[in-house]
Design a binder for this molecule. Structure first.
Ligand code: GLP
Length: 258
């Protein structure tokens, strides 16, 4: 059973849905995304990488195959990519998206966008990505996971929020968390390109998903802590339409239960 928390200001725009486990989180996220795809067949989806969205992508692929969910006019933007991994590297987000979602549905490959992590001029790549987002329009829905340190996309804790797409040095915390995807820690890139807070906050709707105890602190701080660049996800409290879908463990440092 899903349970919604009615929250008082300043969190009133954040709807928090508690689900029992990671599996239910994926189903709930996929249902919200599928509803948008059906209501707006030419929607722009902001997607996310990492392990958290895998269940949602699997369910969307199932809906495409078994329930005629049509992605032929959908455009996608991913907010981040590692610097230094080419588009064939198995841990690049481009390959991740292809293997876990794009190849399973009928999205036109020309409408799939990610930053290029091996662009010769990263600064220029960041500017061009912002221009492309401006030209195509910001996402109707931005799916987000969250780092254990509260990062969203690859906006790491910092002294201030950065608006534009930019290059970021990954924190030790993030390297510790994500090195599990690489054979050796030394193979894990230490820099990334990430869409900044303007790109994220300009999305019409934001769907933040989290599961497991490891995310409990980040979720509590993001939803109920002060808005601070030290917890990048906390900026979402200022967005008018955020849905948080988190499992019991991820909500275990809040008062929300289900
Ligand atoms: C990664 C990604 C984020 C992701 C987050 C959580 O570093 N850049 O987009 O949301 O960290 O990852 P995971 O879902 O694997 O816990």
């Amino acid at each position: 059973m899903e349970k919604c928390a009615a929250l008082s200001a300043p969190h009133k725009a954040m709807r928090i849905i508690c689900v029992p486990d990671e599996y239910e989180m994926g189903l709930a996220a996929a249902r919200i995304m599928a509803a948008l795809v059906r209501l707006k067949p030419d929607a722009i989806l902001g997607l996310a990488s990492g392990s958290t969205p895998l269940g949602a992508y699997a369910e969307l692929i199932r809906m495409h195959r078994e329930e005629d969910l049509d992605f032929s006019r959908i455009t996608t933007f991913n907010p981040d990519e590692y610097i230094g991994l080419d588009k064939y590297h198995p841990q690049s987000y481009r390959v991740y998206m292809r293997d876990n979602f794009i190849d399973g549905v009928n999205i036109d490959p020309d409408n799939v966008h990610l930053p290029n992590g091996i662009a010769p001029d990263i600064g220029e790549e960041c500017r061009a990505y912002d221009e492309l987002l401006e030209a195509r329009g910001f996402p109707d829905l931005q799916l987000l996971g969250i780092g254990t340190n509260g990062h969203i996309a690859f906006n790491e804790p910092a002294a201030s929020f950065t608006a534009e797409t930019h290059m970021v040095a990954l924190t030790e915390d993030t390297i510790d968390s994500n090195q599990r995807f690489f054979d050796r820690r030394e193979e894990m890139p230490t820099q990334a390109i990430t869409v900044g807070m303007r790109g994220i906050m300009s999305s019409s709707r934001i769907l933040l998903i989290a599961s497991g105890k490891g995310k409990a602190r980040a979720i509590a701080q993001t939803c109920f802590g002060p808005v601070t660049p030290q917890v990048p996800g906390s900026i979402l409290q200022l967005h008018r339409d955020v849905i948080v879908i988190a499992d019991r463990e991820a909500l275990s440092e809040t008062d929300i239960t289900c």
